[in-house]
Write a protein that binds this ligand. Structure first.
Ligand code: CA
Length: 708
C-alpha cells in the first residue's frame, strides 16, 4: 500500500514536471460533448459562433429566400434590465440559454418561451464605472451538463443546465478596479477559456483556461510582458519586452482579450485577439520609445495570438496594428474557413478588426496571406504585401505632431465585436460596418491616476464642439452599412447602407439569407447572394446583438435580443442618436414561419427638454471642468455632456442645480448603489464644481442650438 502511494506520488511529480497539471478532468460523455461542438446537430446552436470555426452559418433551410415573407413572431420575453443586450442565445435539447446585461442567465423552453430558470450573479452596480462599455454580456458556453457565464465583475461561473444552480465559481481577474468581463467563454477539450476587458484602465491582458468540471485554473497566458524586475513568465514575454519602452508595466500595458477566442481543433490552437496598448497616446509614458535595435510595436497588443490549447504556450502571433495609438483593438470575432487562394486549398483565419483592413492568415502558422482595406482608411497609407505591416500616415502619429488628428476608422472601429458571419455557400463574409471618424489629441503633462480612463488624450480638445456646422458635418459623415465581402476576390460583393453605425451582428443561413438587426429599430432578412431586402420587423428598440437560428421538430426558429446600448449608446454623445433617438427595450424575440404573436404597443419616445440653470462660473472653470469631465465622466455620461439612452444626461439632471447636491454625488458617493461611485480619489471638491459649471454651460449652449 505504501509502495503504491510512493509510486503514485512519484508518478504525479513526473507528470507535473511534464506539464500535466494543465490536463483537465475526464471529458464529458453525455450532454454537450466535444464531438457535438465540432459538428453541431443541424437544428442546434451550441457555442457562441455556432461551431469551432465561428462561421455563424446555419445549414437550416425551412426559412429561406422563398419563405421568409411568412416569418412572424412566435414568442417574445421581456428582460428585467434595460441596458445594452449583446448576447447570442444558445440552443440545446429544446432549451434556449440567454445571457443578459449584468451577466444574468435565463433558460427558456425554446418552443414555447416558458421560462425554466434564471440566474443572477448579483454583480455590484459599482462595477459599471470601471467597465468601458456598459454592463453588457455577449453569451454563455455549453459543455457536458453545464452552462458557463463570465460576469462583469470578473468571475467565471458554472451553472447546472438542469436548474441553473451554481456548480462552481472562480475568480478570473487580478483586481476589480480595472478589469471587467463581457465576452462569451469558449470550450477547447475540457477547458473553459476566458479573458477580460480593461485596456483603457490599468489592465495587463491575459487569456486563461479553467477545468470544465472543477473550475481550477489550468493555464494563463499574458499578452504583454510584466515588470522585468520580477522576471518573465515565459520566452514570449521576454521577446515582447524588447518592443516596449518606458515603465510600461506600471499601467498594465493593455492588450486585453475581451472578445475573440476561437478554438482551431484541427491544429489544437487557441486563437485570440488582443486589445490596444495603454495609454492610447504612446507619448505619455514612452511605451513605444525603445533603443535603435528594437521597435516600439508593443507586442502582443492589437494582434492575433495562437497558443497551444493543452498548455497555453505561445505558438505564433501576427500584429495587425503595430505601435497602436488609436484604440485599434484586434478583438473582433475570428472566423476559420477553408479557402482556395492562388489555386491552393488553405485553412485560414478571416479577421476584420477595428483598423479597417480585412486579413487572411494561415491558421496553423500565422503566415500573412493578405490584408485589404474594405472601408475608408486614413491612418495607414499602404500595406506591405509580403509582411502585412501597414505604413502609418505620419499625421496619424498625433503625439508627434502635437495636433488634433481625426482618424478613419476611429476608436469605435470599422468593425468591432458585432459578430460577422460567413456563408460557405456564397463564399461571402457579412460584416456590420461602422463609418465613424474619431478625434485624437495628445494630453499635455498627463499623469496616470488610480481609477478611470488612462488614455492620455486631451479630452476637452477632442469633445465635439457646440458649433452647428461642425456638428452637422460630423453627423453627416457618420454612417453604417451591412457589407458582403468576398475574401477570395478581395472585394465588396454588395452593401446595404444604413443611416448610422453600431448595428447588430449577422447570421448567414443555407436558405440564402442574411439576418441583421439595426440601430434604427428593425430586424431584417436579405438575400445572401445579392443583398436584396426580403423581410423586416419593427423591433421597438435598437439591436446590437447577433441573431441565431435553431429547429425543433422540423420547425425553424430565428432568435435575437433587442436592447440598444454598449459603448456607442454612451460615449459618442450627439452621434449616438444618428439612427434615431436611442431607445432601449430589452427583449428576446423569437420568430418562425406563420408566427402570429404580437409585441405590446411601443412606449412613446421621450420628449427631451433642456431647461438648465444659468451659467454662473468662469470660462477658466468651465475649461477645467471640460478636462476633468472628459477624462472621468464622458465614458458614461457622453461626449460633450450629451448622454445616450442608458445613463443620466447630466444637462437634464436636477443635481446640477445645487453645488452641494452635485458634490454629495460626485465626491460623497450618494448614488453609489445605482453605480455612481465616489470619485474623490481623483476629483477634488473644486474639480466637482468645475464639472458642474461645465455641464451647465454645455446645457445652455445646446438649448441655444435647439437641443436635444
Ligand atoms: Ca480598447
Amino acid at each position: 500500500m505504501r509502495l503504491g502511494l510512493v509510486a503514485a506520488l512519484a508518478a504525479s511529480l513526473l507528470l507535473a514536471a511534464c506539464g500535466a497539471d494543465t490536463k483537465p478532468s475526464a471529458l464529458p460523455t453525455e450532454g454537450v460533448t466535444d464531438a457535438m461542438l465540432a459538428a453541431p446537430p443541424e437544428g442546434e446552436w451550441l457555442s457562441y459562433g455556432r461551431d469551432y470555426a465561428e462561421q455563424r452559418f446555419s445549414p437550416l433551410t425551412e426559412v429561406s429566400d422563398q419563405t421568409v415573407s411568412k416569418l412572424g413572431l412566435a414568442w417574445s420575453a421581456d428582460l428585467d434590465t434595460a441596458r445594452g443586450q449583446e448576447a447570442t442565445p444558445l440552443m440545446h435539447d429544446g432549451v434556449l440559454y440567454v445571457s443578459t446585461a449584468w451577466s444574468m442567465v435565463k433558460a427558456y423552453d425554446a418552443k414555447t418561451g416558458a421560462l425554466k430558470w434564471s440566474y443572477d450573479p448579483k454583480v455590484p452596480r459599482e462595477t459599471l464605472p470601471v467597465a468601458c462599455c456598459d454592463a453588457v454580456n455577449r453569451g454563455v458556453a455549453l459543455y457536458g451538463d453545464k452552462v458557463y457565464i463570465a460576469t462583469l465583475d470578473g468571475y467565471l461561473v458554472a451553472l447546472n443546465q438542469k436548474d441553473g444552480s451554481v456548480a462552481w465559481r472562480s475568480e478570473v481577474v487580478p483586481d476589480h478596479q480595472s478589469y471587467t468581463i463581457t465576452g462569451a467563454p469558449r470550450i477547447a477539450g475540457g477547458k473553459v477559456l476566458i479573458g477580460s476587458g480593461g485596456a483603457e484602465y490599468r489592465a495587463r491582458g491575459f487569456i486563461a483556461a479553467y477545468d470544465w468540471a472543477t473550475g481550477k485554473q489550468l493555464w494563463r497566458f499574458h499578452t504583454v510582458p510584466g515588470d522585468p524586475a520580477k522576471g518573465f513568465e515565459d520566452k514570449a514575454m521576454e521577446t515582447a519586452a524588447k518592443t516596449w519602452g518606458g515603465d510600461w508595466w506600471k499601467l498594465g500595458g493593455g492588450g486585453t482579450v475581451w472578445d475573440a477566442i476561437t478554438y482551431d481543433a484541427k491544429d489544437n490552437l487557441v486563437l485570440f485577439g488582443t486589445g490596444n496598448a495603454e495609454p492610447w497616446n504612446p507619448g505619455a509614458n514612452g511605451r513605444n520609445k525603445v533603443g535603435d535595435a528594437a521597435n516600439g510595436d508593443n507586442l502582443y497588443t492589437s494582434s492575433i495570438v495562437a497558443v497551444n490549447a493543452d498548455t497555453g504556450e505561445y505558438v505564433w502571433h501576427f500584429q495587425e496594428t503595430p505601435e497602436d495609438r488609436w484604440d485599434f483593438d484586434s478583438d473582433a470575432q475570428i472566423t476559420l474557413a477553408e479557402l482556395t487562394i492562388d489555386g491552393r486549398q488553405r485553412h485560414v483565419i478571416m479577421h476584420a478588426p477595428k483598423n479597417g483592413y480585412f486579413y487572411i492568415l494561415d491558421a496553423k502558422t500565422g503566415q500573412f496571406l493578405s490584408a485589404t482595406p474594405w472601408t475608408q482608411i486614413t491612418w495607414s497609407t499602404a500595406m506591405d504585401p509580403k509582411t502585412g505591416r501597414p505604413t502609418i500616415n505620419p499625421d496619424a502619429r498625433y503625439e508627434q505632431t502635437g495636433k488634433l488628428w481625426v482618424s478613419l476608422p476611429g476608436a469605435g472601429g470599422a468593425h468591432s465585436w458585432h459578430p460577422q458571419s460567413y456563408s460557405p455557400k456564397t463564399g461571402l463574409m457579412y460584416l456590420p460596418a461602422n463609418v465613424a471618424g474619431f478625434p485624437y489629441m495628445a494630453a499635455k503633462n498627463w499623469k496616470e491616476s488610480p481609477i478611470g480612463f488612462q488614455t492620455a488624450q486631451d479630452s476637452a480638445a477632442v469633445a465635439l464642439p457646440a458649433i452647428e456646422a461642425v456638428r452637422q458635418q460630423t453627423l453627416a459623415a457618420t454612417t453604417g452599412a451591412l457589407v458582403a465581402w468576398d475574401p477570395v476576390a478581395k472585394k465588396e460583393a454588395w452593401r446595404v447602407p444604413y443611416k448610422g453605425p453600431w448595428n447588430g451582428g449577422t447570421l448567414a443561413t443555407a436558405g440564402n439569407l442574411v439576418f441583421q438587426g439595426t440601430a434604427a429599430e428593425q430586424f431584417a432578412a436579405y438575400t445572401a447572394d445579392t443583398g436584396k431586402l426580403l423581410w423586416s420587423f419593427p423591433t421597438q428598440s435598437g439591436v446590437i446583438a447577433a441573431p441565431m437560428t435553431y429547429a425543433i421538430g422540423g420547425e425553424q426558429y430565428v432568435a435575437v435580443l433587442t436592447g440598444w446600448g454598449g459603448v456607442w449608446d454612451i460615449a459618442p454623445g450627439l452621434l449616438s442618436s444618428k439612427s434615431g433617438i436611442p431607445r432601449n427595450i430589452s427583449r428576446l424575440l423569437v420568430f418562425k414561419l406563420g408566427g402570429t404573436a404580437k409585441l405590446p404597443p411601443a412606449p412613446p419616445l421621450n420628449k427631451l427638454v433642456l431647461d438648465p440653470p444659468a451659467f454662473t462660473g468662469t470660462d477658466a472653470q468651465a475649461a477645467h471642468g471640460a478636462d476633468v469631465y472628459g477624462r472621468y465622466c464622458s465614458v458614461c455620461h457622453g461626449d460633450a455632456a450629451i448622454a445616450g439612452a442608458l445613463n443620466p444626461d447630466l444637462r437634464r439632471s436636477g443635481a446640477i442645480e445645487h453645488a452641494d447636491a452635485f458634490k454629495a454625488i460626485v465626491i460623497g458617493g450618494a448614488l453609489h448603489q445605482g453605480g455612481m461611485i465616489s470619485w474623490k480619489q481623483v476629483v477634488s471638491p473644486d474639480d466637482a464644481e468645475a464639472i458642474r459649471q461645465y455641464v451647465i454651460k454645455r446645457a445652455n449652449e445646446d438649448k441655444a442650438l435647439g437641443g436635444p
